[in-house]
Design a protein around this ligand. Structure first.
Ligand SMILES: Cc1ncc(COP(=O)(O)O)c(C=O)c1O
Length: 453
């Protein structure tokens, strides 16, 4: 897995094999090219290893936690072993629970449903909507975008110092931004939260695929992440961490699997004893393939070695950033500045271009898949663009004339499966599009730019 190739001044490993690495797509300008999937921050391709593990297990698939048969027992073991693998991957503490959910969004909504009464929630406006929005039933304080990691800690400290010191409180923070890719000072924020008697949940959707996440070392109370961003796109996610709030809350979903005992009462009603384990919040038949695929991805990344993966990604980030820096019309979006440590997620705008138009041309003329828009982090992107929340862009015409503010951005993102050629093609494409313009006509369809023919 770690065949070494020489890069400029370091040795970086080859990309991990992923599905779709040989898929070709047609170009509007003629011919076909290998698809360059550069939208890992939305969904990463499945690792070949994950796919192989799932395929090897598939014939043995059986019901989890309910059957007496051999394959049910085997599937139950596999599901429970997956829980242990994830706990190891996250370096959980003794007594922490690992709950399998559908996604990060689901995990954070589950945690929101377990908040103790009168819990105050603190969340930066820079968060993905999955972290920003689930706390509707709580008293939420939205913190302004900080411009340095130190300012983030100071802002949180100030907000926590003003809170009701006796009530429960939760801080929700991202590990790596899905817009700028920048790493947040999680350990320091956790220390600030705990110093003020608050708890903290880490949204690791963008961090876990790129960096090791240690619950113990970061001293966070919970971690949430999604399988489909961790090279395991089979519909599962994870919420891991302290068991007390989870155990004391009503089950997230009511039904079989979450209940230990159900009996009729004399008054005609029903009494339920709920599980106290993770099963309490996993009602219904669990997604064993989803859980198993996450465990497989955790093992594959651990075996490849995060030091190696981080070094390789660093090389890809440097290539993209250096390439974009050579194009004066490109502005890379950043909260914490050029020197901030980051993962392979880079958003930018191109002066004089509509972002949807630019992304459509990257796809149609170069076979490169990126994302454009506000990336489910509207307040952050608008803060970075300085744009009006009510404004709308039109495809075809540049949404921002030179000197004006863009309304959307373009995001390129990559990871363990990305070959050098994909980011090199991307940099070349940006330069050519800015220099020569698009070679094709585009029109608006359902609010998106698409090739006119
Ligand atoms: C930082 C962050 N948090 C949460 C989410 C939500 O993840 P999911 O859509 O898998 O629930 C995303 C998805 O892009 C994200 O980037």
């Amino acid at each position: 897995m770690s065949v070494s190739i020489a890069a400029a001044d370091q040795t970086v490993c080859a990309p991990l094999p992923v599905l779709g690495r040989d898929v070709t797509v047609p170009l509007v300008t003629g011919g076909e090219v290998t698809y360059a999937a550069l939208d890992y921050a939305a969904s990463a391709p499945a690792l070949q290893r994950v796919w192989d593990d799932v395929a090897a297990y598939a014939p043995y698939y059986g019901s989890v936690h309910r059957g007496a048969g051999y394959l049910s027992q085997l599937s139950t073991d596999l599901f429970e072993n997956a829980r242990r693998t994830v706990a190891d991957f996250l370096d959980c503490r003794d007594g922490d629970q690992v709950v399998f959910t559908r996604s990060t969004t689901d995990s954070l909504n589950l945690l929101a449903a377990t908040l103790p009464a009168a819990c105050q929630v603190f969340v930066f406006e820079t968060e993905h909507h999955a972290s920003l929005l689930p706390w509707r039933d709580a008293r939420v304080t939205y913190l302004n975008a900080p411009r340095t990691p130190g300012e983030a800690v100071a802002t949180l400290e100030r907000a926590l110092a003003d809170r009701d010191p006796y009530g429960p409180a939760l801080v929700c923070v991202t590990g790596a931004s899905n817009v700028t890719g920048e790493l947040w000072p999680v350990r320091e924020l956790a220390a600030a939260a705990h110093a003020h008697g608050a708890r903290i949940v880490l949204d690791a959707a963008q961090l876990a695929p790129h960096h090791p996440v240690s619950v113990r070392d970061l001293d966070v109370d919970w971690v949430a992440f999604s399988g489909h961003k961790l090279y395991a796109p089979f519909g599962s996610g994870v919420l891991a961490g302290r068991s007390d709030w989870l155990r004391e809350a009503e089950p997230y979903l009511a039904g079989g699997g979450a209940s230990r005992k159900v009996s009729r009462r004399e008054d005609g009603g029903v009494d339920v004893e709920w599980h106290e384990s993770a099963a309490r919040h996993e009602a219904g038949s669990p997604n064993v393939i989803g859980a198993y695929s996450i465990a497989s991805a955790c093992k594959a990344l651990t075996e490849a070695g995060f030091d190696t993966l981080v070094a390789r990604e660093r090389h890809l980030i440097d290539t993209v950033r250096a390439g974009l820096a050579e194009v004066p019309e490109v502005r890379v979006l950043s909260l914490f500045g050029d020197d901030a440590p980051r993962v392979g997620v880079i958003s930018f705008v191109v002066e004089g271009w509509n972002s949807s138009h630019f992304a459509a041309a990257l796809s149609a003329e170069y076979g490169i898949g990126v994302r454009d828009g506000l990336f489910c982090a509207h307040p952050l992107v608008r803060t970075l663009l300085g744009s009006d929340p009510q404004a709308q862009g039109e495809c075809g015409a540049p949404e921002a004339a030179p000197g004006e503010k863009s309304l959307n951005a373009i995001r390129v993102s990559f990871g363990a499966g990305t070959p050098d050629e994909h980011v090199e093609r991307f940099v070349r494409a940006v330069k050519e599009l800015v220099r020569d313009g698009a070679q094709w006509q585009y029109r608006t369809e359902d609010g998106r730019c698409v090739p006119a023919v």
